[in-house]
Write a protein that binds this ligand. Structure first.
Ligand code: UD1
Ligand code: MG
Length: 434
């Protein structure tokens, strides 16, 4: 999308007390990324001049956003003296004449959904939608087809509370409107806050043009509580899944699958029900079977699950990972690990078979150590590989072995077993059955 001559201001300074959390509201995550991240990402598609207003936990909010984006301006709100969305606008200095103001708690917004604000020419464009249950939102009072004012729920009388047209929380102002009306706001209201929404009534009185833009909740939903967060997550997940299904991924019972926004699929992939795929995972021509979890991992021409767990930095190619297998920070190429294993800090090469119950003992309580396994190795079931350990190509490890020596040379069999003892009729004596 072409960048427009528009400045964007995102209000992200509020406490978010209704979230009942020590974490700043705008840092709560949707599909693996903070809410504010999604808003800045959409904003960047249409503007080069983005300002985020911060105050509550300002260091954390700024540092988190700077880890994702360059070129964002941060302005600190004097929230002690000027609390509220109007107070948040006091120190902003947008470059352009047209200024889009977005609440920082609207993670579902997209650049496309903001298009309407760019196309209309008016002193103020404000977003509205109609809701059966408008609770929580500011009500928009419209008479004779003209917006008169916005009243916050806490300040509304009974008639106003029954209004179902609500303020969605995005506005386009001309710079002059901001410069003129923000200094005139008062905090004479139920919350003793400076409301940005009061600009509407003042501008109306002065005869300015105020255009209401009808938008949909699917893009403009505000998140004030953990319930709103969960509802927004469902909408975002639906979007992410739809995008990947359109790109060719098969999903079985998609509504049970969770995929973070940074995950990438390529080629022909199948994701079965109940899977969770997170972080920077990249899935290429692979099949993730039911109830598996894949975190920050790469799968190429491979399958995993059901109920497999690929933990961060697993990199598997041409590999079969079966049920109840956990991998972590390991590279497996052309490997079969069919059942019940832990493979951590390991490199495993082509043609190798990892028997059921194999464990890489990678941690001694202080440090982590590597397990290197070569080509065509046969690891029998219930083997413990006490790292650091190297198994060269063409090695056989007998079932039930504990491998502690540093290197097992090519061609060898490693076997460590207690010799089997047979005690005649012990069972019958023990249970006094005879
Ligand atoms: C606001 C609107 C309401 C609208 C709703 C849409 C006001 C007064 N009310 O209410 O009409 O229906 O959004 O979602 O604007 N913020 C600051 N500094 C502050 C207070 C808030 O930057 O001092 C930021 C918050 O971080 C948040 C945004 O402004 O991102 C909106 O604040 P919030 O408290 O969520 O306002 P709502 O009650 O949802
Ligand atoms: Mg809100």
């Amino acid at each position: 999308m072409k960048k427009n001559n528009i400045s964007i201001i995102i209000l992200a300074a509020g406490k978010g007390s209704r979230m009942k959390s020590n974490k700043a509201k705008v840092l709560h995550e949707i599909s693996g990324k903070p809410m504010l991240y999604h808003i800045i990402k959409a904003s960047q598609e249409i503007s080069d001049d983005i300002t985020v207003v911060i105050a509550h936990q300002k260091e954390a909010v700024q540092a988190t956003m700077e880890s994702y984006f360059d070129n964002i301006n941060f302005v600190v709100q004097d929230a002690d003296n000027y609390p509220g969305t109007g107070g948040a606008m006091k120190n902003v200095h947008p470059k352009n004449n047209k200024v889009l103001v977005l609440n920082g708690d609207m993670p579902l917004i997209t650049a496309d959904a903001l298009k309407g604000f760019l196309e209309i020419d008016a002193d103020i464009i404000m977003s509205i939608f109609d809701l059966e249950d408008p609770s929580g939102y500011g009500r928009v009072v419209i008479q004779d087809n003209h917006v008169q004012y916005i009243v916050e729920q806490k300040d509304a009388n009974e008639a106003e509370l029954n209004v179902t047209t609500v303020n969605a929380g995005i506005y386009a102002f001309s710079k002059e409107v901001i410069e003129k009306y923000i200094p005139l706001l008062s905090n004479d209201n139920a919350q003793e806050e400076y409301y940005l929404t009061d600009v509407i009534a003042m501008a109306k009185k002065d005869g300015l043009t105020i255009v209401p833009l009808l938008v949909d909740e699917e893009h403009f939903k505000g998140v004030n509580s953990k319930k709103d967060l969960a509802e927004s997550e469902e909408i975002m997940q639906d979007r992410i899944r739809t995008k990947w299904m359109q790109a060719g991924v098969i999903m079985q019972l998609p509504s049970t699958i969770y995929i973070e926004e940074s995950v990438v699929f390529e080629g022909e992939c199948i994701v079965e029900n109940g899977c969770r795929i997170t972080g920077e995972s990249k899935i290429v021509n692979s099949h993730i079977k039911a109830h598996s979890v894949v975190e920050d991992s790469v799968m190429i021409n491979s399958d995993c699950g059901p109920m497999a767990h690929l933990r961060p930095l697993s990199h598997i190619t041409d590999t079969h990972i079966g049920n109840f297998v956990e991998t972590k920070k390991s590279t497996l190429h052309g490997v079969k690990a069919g059942h019940l294993s832990y493979i951590g800090d390991a490199e495993v090469d082509e043609g190798t078979n990892i028997g059921a119950g194999t464990i890489t003992c990678n941690y001694d309580g202080i440090n982590k150590y590597k397990t290197l396994i070569g080509k065509n190795v046969f690891i029998g079931s219930d083997t413990q590989l006490v790292a650091p350990v190297t198994i060269e190509d063409d090695v056989m490890i007998a079932a039930g072995s504990t491998v502690t020596s540093g290197t097992i040379k090519s061609g060898n069999l490693a076997i460590s077993r207690v010799k089997l003892r047979l005690i005649k009729d012990f069972y019958y004596k023990f249970f006094s059955k005879k």
